[in-house]
Design a protein around this ligand. Structure first.
Ligand code: FES
Length: 101
């Protein structure tokens, strides 16, 4: 049994070597947006967690996030994408097909 009902991990990893990574593509900024919107949407009360992650191992498809317990992967570009993932995936249990990674 999972501790949280759902747990979203968003990669904001920064590599010093110039290799592909998620942070230059918006990782930190979009994580901050996801946390802010998560609070506004009452995710804590719903036992849903949003966490910043280090490298998730899918750097070339970044920025990436994964939602457990389903283990569904997404990529995203902007705040609208994050908003859709929060609303549809975390709150309604749907998938956003256009953003699947
Ligand atoms: S740096 Fe984000 S998945 Fe590797």
């Amino acid at each position: 049994m999972s501790y949280f009902k759902k747990h979203l991990f968003l990669c904001a990893n920064q590599r010093p070597t110039g290799q592909p990574c998620c942070n230059p593509q918006g990782g930190d900024a979009l994580f901050a947006f996801a946390k802010k919107r998560g609070k506004e949407l009452g995710l804590d009360a719903a036992n849903i967690r949003v966490s910043r992650a280090g490298c998730l191992g899918r750097c070339a498809q970044g920025p990436t996030l994964v939602i457990y317990p389903e283990g569904v992967w997404y990529t995203f570009i902007d705040q609208e994408d994050i908003e859709e993932i929060l609303q549809r995936c975390l709150l309604r249990g749907e998938r956003v097909e256009r953003l699947l990674a």
